[in-house]
Design a protein around this ligand. Sequence first.
Ligand code: CAA
Length: 260
Amino acid sequence: MFEHILYEEIKDRIGLLKINREKALNALNLQTVSELNKFINEQLPGENLRVLIITGSGSKAFVAGADIKQMKEMSKEEFHNYCNVSHDNFNKIQNLKIPVIAAVNGYALGGGCELALACDIRIASDNVKIGFPETKLGLFPCWGGTKRSSMLMGIGKVKELIFTGDMISAEEALKIGLVDKVVKQDELMDEVLSMAEKISNNGPLAIAYAKETINKGQEMNHSGALDLELKMGVECFDSLDRLEGMTAYLEKRTAEFIGK
Ligand code: CAA
């Protein structure tokens, strides 16, 4: 059905989405962003899915950015449409009810770094080169990168990365909070899967509520965010999953959550 993205449920309730343009280092051309849009709109979150993993095909790149060959020929209107679709994709990934883990495997540049930033958690392999090279092309990150990176990192680092266009190593990205964990390249998928499995065994409703509360809280003032947390926490308490989780604990058995 799709040419530039691949999707499979690799384990029970865990989906793996691959950007699949290995020869172009998985650069997000127009076809890829529209396939992503169709996939996200029509197939996510998926009935039983608890965690989505996003990665790039091959061992060299997660995503090397927007497609420079195509962008070079675009009119302003065409570029606007291209950006709109990518914004829609990344906003929907950010707001999915299930957690999304980026398995960052190699170059994560420009729009690729922005895709990783739209995910909830970023696990990087030790060969990662990540950054925003757009200013070297006379552009700046405009697929959510200025804002989402500023939510994770100090504003000075954001500006340094964007103004210099430097690619940084996985270790440096870890130090500044741009990625959350670094593992050896050949251990990346095991590490990501082990985290995904842990998450998939926990209460899906609680996780969805926590994700929404954390995300919305970022855009609120302190007391507004705490009010939201209180409201969402009480709503979550009033669920079958909460009852099951506590009953299972007291009965010393594994909880069977149903997401209600
Ligand atoms: N767009 C289109 N094609 C790309 C690409 C991109 N972003 N990145 C890599 N490719 C293509 C290369 O053109 C090359 O194709 P050909 O074989 O047909 O020439 C192929 O992928 C392999 O790449 P290289 O031969 O360059 O591989 P390398 O190992 O020598 O270098 C690299 C790897 C350092 C990542 C280099 O490819 C590179 O600098 N790529 C561009 C990265 C970039 O600037 N990304 C930001 C794009 S702008 C953006 O994303 C805008 C936005 O936020 C809105």
